[in-house]
Design a protein around this ligand. Structure first.
Ligand code: 3PG
Length: 400
């Protein structure tokens, strides 16, 4: 169900789920990609004269208000980008939210405070979620689901709200699906998926489902050390999920049986500690424990040989999906691997997609222009689950 199916929205109150989960540093937004990506739908609604109530989560607060997770900075930036005032409600379904909603005029926009300040948003109990959804839906005529980054979550503002009101996907969700479907429906080959990042367990789970679909699987970032451990290497103090080693061995075997090229780094940058100015050196992946930092050594980036090999595998593929930085890109000394991968994606003769908040922030932070890539997806976990062919509750409920 697309936006048009909701009919004329002039004068109607539209509740919209966005994903404004943006990175913040001392209250300053460091990458506003997700806010910018939500503008077309918001503008389309406001131009029709709808009264728009936007909602989102930010970070992972534990079901109670926490200043550092307030959406107030997002409301301010959204107002600047839209060129109109955005009323900010200091709560989600409380008195202030009511006040703000009632005061809305046609063509005006309000943003509610962080949904995850209410424990019912992420509750495992569907009844509790439905209760919050009913409170969110009260006073609204329709619901628009445009937070692509959360459509894989079974949460009140994603699933139950869509059941409580006439609902449809927004323009961002529709666009994301159009591009990502090109990856799942007969992608041009070779098809490479590049995985990195720090949400290791989350990412390991998708490998099993991706392996039968791809020609090349490139592994960097935090999860690479679990692979190196599976190969029997000492990874010193690097990020390691010891209990996942068996599983990783299984993936290696599966890749071999399927004829999938599994690319692991051959060298890594090992540092003395986790800090931007830590002493560091490049060593072969089987010599991490023998670096000059001994057992204290911590791998923070892939090495130059690996970066060159990864870049070559990416450049010579016709379809590429990349999720997760190769190293700690926020620290310049450990950003080279991520930069090499990003650069290679811009040189792909075919479709190159960057997926996820962190990867998108990385490419922008490293000075790349959005236009250099085929598509920058606003969803990390959501885009990966979509590529795996998993059922996404927030899409299913809209009939997608
Ligand atoms: C994301 O950053 O991937 C989305 O905003 C979802 O956030 P979550 O992983 O905390 O649910």
């Amino acid at each position: 169900r697309t936006l048009e199916t909701l009919g004329d929205l002039a004068g109607r109150t539209v509740l919209i789920r966005c994903d404004f989960n943006v990175p913040l540093e001392d209250g300053r937004i460091t990458d506003e990609g997700r806010i910018v990506a939500s503008l077309p739908t918001l503008r389309a609604l406001l131009e029709q004269g709808a009264r728009v109530v936007a909602m989102s989560h930010l970070g992972r607060p534990k079901g109670a208000p926490e200043e550092r997770y307030s959406l107030a900075p997002v409301a301010a930036r959204l107002g600047e980008l839209l060129g109109q005032e955005v009323a900010f409600a200091a709560d989600t379904v409380g008195e202030d939210a009511q006040r703000v909603r009632i005061a809305l005029q046609d063509g005006q926009l309000a943003l509610l405070e962080n949904l995850r300040f209410d424990p019912r948003e992420t509750s495992k109990d569907a009844g509790e979620r439905a209760e919050l959804a009913a409170e969110l839906a009260a006073g609204a005529d329709v619901f628009v689901s445009d937070g692509f980054g959360v459509v894989h979550r079974e949460q009140a503002s994603v699933l139950e709200v869509a059941q409580a009101l006439p609902s449809a996907a927004g323009l961002l969700v529709a666009k994301e699906l159009e591009v990502l479907s090109r990856l799942t429906e007969s992608p041009e080959r070779p098809y490479a998926v590049v995985l990195g990042g720090s949400k290791v367990s989350d990412k390991l789970g998708v490998i099993e489902h991706l392996l039968p679909r791809v020609d090349r699987l490139v592994i960097g970032g935090g999860m690479l050390f679990t692979f190196l451990r599976a190969l029997g290497h000492d990874v010193a103090s690097s990020l390691l999920e010891e209990d996942q080693v068996e599983r990783v061995l299984g993936y290696m075997k599966q890749a071999e049986e399927l004829g999938v090229q599994l690319l692991l780094p051959t060298d890594v940058v090992v540092a003395e500690g986790f800090s931007a100015d830590a002493a560091h050196e490049t060593v072969a992946t089987d010599a991490i424990g023998a670096s000059r930092f001994g057992a204290k050594g911590i791998g923070l980036d892939i090495g130059p040989d690996s970066a060159a090999a990864f870049a070559e595998a990416i450049r010579t593929s016709r379809t590429v999906f990349w999720n997760g930085p190769m190293g700690v890109f926020e620290m310049p000394a450990f950003a080279h691997g991520t930069k090499a991968v990003a650069q290679a994606l811009t040189e792909v003769d075919g479709l190159a997609v960057v997926g996820g908040g962190d990867s998108a922030a990385a490419v922008r932070g490293l000075g790349f222009d959005d236009a250099a890539f085929g598509h920058i997806s606003t969803g990390g976990g959501a885009s990966l689950e979509f590529l795996e062919g998993a059922r996404l509750p927030g899409l299913e409920v809209l009939g997608w």
